[in-house]
Design a protein around this ligand. Structure first.
Ligand code: DOR
Length: 431
């Protein structure tokens, strides 16, 4: 028995082709069967998408699903439900787990777990170094063979330049990008927020923008020296954006991603000493925030990612300087960028959706992020005008800490379709 869905009269926004048009989409089993007007299909489940935006399934190339080893923070089951609730059909999970994803054995075990428990598609990012120690290369070749989509020591900066050079050379042999967490270690040391006027007033130790600038400059120069593809994780400073723009103009294989939090919030939010706002790299000052948004609008920044980083309530609920960095984002990202970047007229809908679909797919080397006949039937339906209040108690994620708590957002995913199966409808995850 074939399973068919007919998505009727939605406004298709497909950045892979530039289409922005009202049409019907018919899926059959896990594929797109037809795209057109007035499509009919006996036996198909009809989804009325009139007034909704229909996009390729959203892709988040930077999440922490915490498995193996930290299921108190998140699991494949809870994290992929959170993804489905947020409109994501595919996520790429980072290797700063316990044990670190640095060998084929860990990749194999995780693939099995994903197969059994994943509600959306999960790609694995392997580490660059064994144990994230920045000394010995991980089993990059074996992990590439097992299908990892990129390499990264995210959460930590790769300090040793010669090690990074070798890692870049090795990753490019397998056609994979290197994703770097760019904060030079000696400059950030035990800093816990952006270094500037606010950190001085609050008496908290800062992490200077120069730490990110230096790391990004080093990586760009190594990308030039090696010819490798380097992707700057969660970019957050004005100079870093300028340097990526320069690298692209020079034709280097340098790309970058930005998070909703770095494009929407600033270090002013930290005046309450609330650990919900603690993240690395830190929320910066207004001029940096604006530069990151400009970078997204002009194409310097390629992808929007959540850096979904769940921690337990017990861990987060402590003095600011002691709290772990990071917070969840899968269930707020779309609403946050639609509210603060689209509805304000700052960034076009096509640019936002591109940064959340076709571009991350391309960077990870995936045949994904494009609604076309015979392609995978991964689709997201979005109500641009739906107003809702962020309440972490409603989250599917185990992590409840979010800087957007209590905010009224405008815009939400109302249905998520993975391989032709409806996995989320009106905020409720069905799988
Ligand atoms: O704040 C952060 N938390 N930044 C990172 O890069 C890693 C993440 C985590 O894993 O908790």
């Amino acid at each position: 028995m074939k399973v068919a869905l007919l998505v009727k009269r939605g406004r298709l926004i497909n950045p892979a082709t530039g289409e922005d048009t009202v049409c019907d989409i018919l899926t059959e089993d896990n594929k797109i069967k037809a795209i057109g007007t007035e499509l009919a299909a006996a036996g198909a489940t009809v989804i009325d998408a009139k007034g909704l935006v229909v996009t390729p399934g959203l892709i988040d190339m930077h999440v922490h699903l915490r498995q193996p080893g930290q299921s108190q923070k998140e699991t494949i089951a809870s994290g992929t439900r959170a993804a489905a609730a947020g409109g994501f059909t595919r996520v790429a999970t980072m290797p700063n787990t316990k044990p670190v994803i640095d060998s084929t054995i860990v990749v194999d075990g995780l693939k099995y777990k994903i197969m059994r428990e994943g509600v959306v598609k999960v790609n694995i990012i392997g580490s660059l170094s064994k144990g994230l120690e920045g000394k010995e290369l991980s089993a990059m070749g074996g992990m590439a063979r097992e299908g990892v989509v990129a390499f990264s020591d995210d959460g930590r900066y790769v300090e040793n330049c010669d090690f990074m050079r070798k890692a870049m050379e090795y990753a490019s042999m397998f056609g994979k990008i290197v994703i770097d967490h760019c904060e030079e270690a000696s400059l950030v040391a035990d800093g816990c927020m952006h270094e500037g006027a606010v950190s001085a007033e609050l008496g908290l130790k800062g992490r200077p923008a120069a730490a990110e600038d230096i790391a990004v400059a080093r990586d760009i120069l190594l990308a030039e020296a090696t010819g490798a593809a380097v992707h700057i994780a969660h970019i957050s400073t004005e100079n870093a954006v300028h340097m990526v723009r320069w690298a692209k103009a020079k034709g280097l294989k340098v790309t970058a991603e930005a998070t909703p939090q770095h494009m929407i919030l600033t270090d002013e939010a930290l005046r309450t000493y609330d650990p919900r706002f603690k993240v690395n790299p830190p929320l910066r000052s207004e001029s940096h925030r604006r530069a990151v948004v400009e970078g997204l609008a002009d194409g310097t920044i390629d992808a929007i990612v959540t850096d979904h980083a769940p921690h337990t309530a017990e861990e987060k609920d402590c003095e600011f300087s002691l709290a772990p960095s990071g917070f969840v984002g899968l269930e707020t990202a779309l609403g946050a960028v639609l509210t603060c970047l689209y509805h304000t007229g700052t960034v076009s809908l096509m640019t936002l959706i591109r940064a959340m679909t076709s571009t991350p797919a391309r960077l990870l080397g995936l045949d994904s992020g494009d609604i076309a006949v015979c392609n995978e039937a991964d689709i997201t339906l979005i109500d641009l005008d739906k107003e809702w209040t962020v309440d972490p108690e409603d989250f599917y994620s185990r992590g409840k800490s979010t800087p957007f708590e209590g905010m009224i957002l405008k815009g939400k995913a109302v249905a998520t379709i993975v391989d032709g199966k409806l996995v989320m409808k009106d905020g409720e995850v069905l799988a």
